[in-house]
Design a protein around this ligand. Structure first.
Ligand code: SF4
Length: 329
């Protein structure tokens, strides 16, 4: 999801394009006011990736976003007005052939469900989703998916499992407000990963407190770990230990940063020593096993050459570039 001011068309388009290049296949854009609706129409003309308009509180913004050409709407039907307003949005989306995501969030479950279930429990979220689904179906809109996000991983997982038992509606997975850095990555990987491993989920979004582009490596890391998608570099690095005698951490971090742009699936190893190093490096498409002041380069299981430490990184990147045909800056 973009975090620019949507009214700033130039900045928003630039961020959408960066996200698309980083592997984002659907981009959500906040549409909080009528100016953002106008901007949305211009943004749509400038990008090729599908754009989802994120709407809260005002059904007129949802109608405006549909007319502006949004490829999808994300709404929380519980907060955009009464049922008749939701119906108007659903009918307009149906007539335009635009899908809707019902975004149930633990922070916005209806009051009566909170009272019945004693809080925003997984059961309350499932019932809220079923209610909204029935409302859209009643309007003849069948093209929708559902998300059931909580900032609590286990509540999120329980909610998705609960709805998956009751319905075969497509599910958009995510742990909301997962937090910054490692914390957000861990919570997202656990919540999304557990569900995907069970065969639950159709689309995903990682939400961390960082530049939105930072979410893509985490998302692709989850998919790669589960064998669902193989995009870009699978970087295998040892954690270092008392046997490490070269600047592995520095090289690994720099390699990770510079290899992010690679799209071709490729396994790259950066290993610390001769204990597990050569073994892992040989398993990879290309790898380095370091030693005191030098490194050994392996390619497809074959020892290629011995390198002085200062040449290890550039030589490794050069090999990746040659194998993928992609420029590495
Ligand atoms: Fe330590 Fe070598 Fe294992 Fe790295 S590969 S953690 S340096 S034993």
């Amino acid at each position: 999801m973009t975090n620019t001011d949507t009214r700033d068309v130039g900045a928003t388009v630039a961020q959408i394009q960066r996200l698309h290049r980083a592997g984002c296949e659907i981009v959500r854009v906040a549409v909080p006011n009528p100016e953002a609706v106008e901007a949305l129409a211009r943004i749509k003309k400038a990008v090729t990736v599908p754009i989802i308009a994120d709407i809260h509180f005002d059904f007129r913004l949802a109608l405006g976003a549909l007319r502006a050409g949004a490829d999808g709407l994300r709404i929380n039907p519980g907060n955009i007005g009464d049922e008749e307003k939701v119906r108007r949005v659903a009918r307009e989306a149906r007539d335009r052939g635009v899908p809707i995501r019902i975004g149930v969030n633990s922070g916005s479950v209806e009051k009566d469900l909170l009272a019945t279930y004693g809080g925003p429990t997984a059961e309350a979220m499932v019932e809220s989703a079923l209610r909204h689904m029935a409302l859209l179906q009643e309007c003849g809109l069948m093209d929708f998916k559902v998300s059931l996000k909580s900032s609590d991983v286990l509540t999120t997982v329980e909610a998705y499992r609960g709805l998956a038992v009751k319905s075969d509606v497509p599910l958009h997975l995510g742990v909301t407000e997962a937090g910054p850095g490692a914390l957000g990555a861990v919570k997202s990987a656990l919540g999304i990963g557990l569900l995907l491993a069970e065969g639950i989920g159709d689309t995903i979004r990682v939400s961390v407190t960082a530049d939105p582009e930072e979410e893509l490596p985490i998302a692709y890391g989850i998919l790669r770990s589960l064998g669902i998608r193989h995009r870009g570099v699978d970087l295998i690095c040892c954690p270092t230990c008392g046997r490490t005698e070269w600047n592995l951490m520095e090289v690994a971090q720099e390699a990770e940063r510079r290899l992010r742009s690679v799209v071709t699936p490729i396994k790259v190893a950066v290993m610390g020593c001769a204990v597990n190093g050569p073994g892992e490096a040989r398993e990879a498409d290309v790898g380095i096993a370091g030693g005191r002041g030098h490194g050994i380069l392996f390619k497809k299981g074959m020892l290629v050459e011995k390198l002085p430490q200062e040449k290890i990184l550039e030589r490794l990147l050069q090999e990746v570039q040659a194998m993928t045909g992609e420029a590495i800056l």
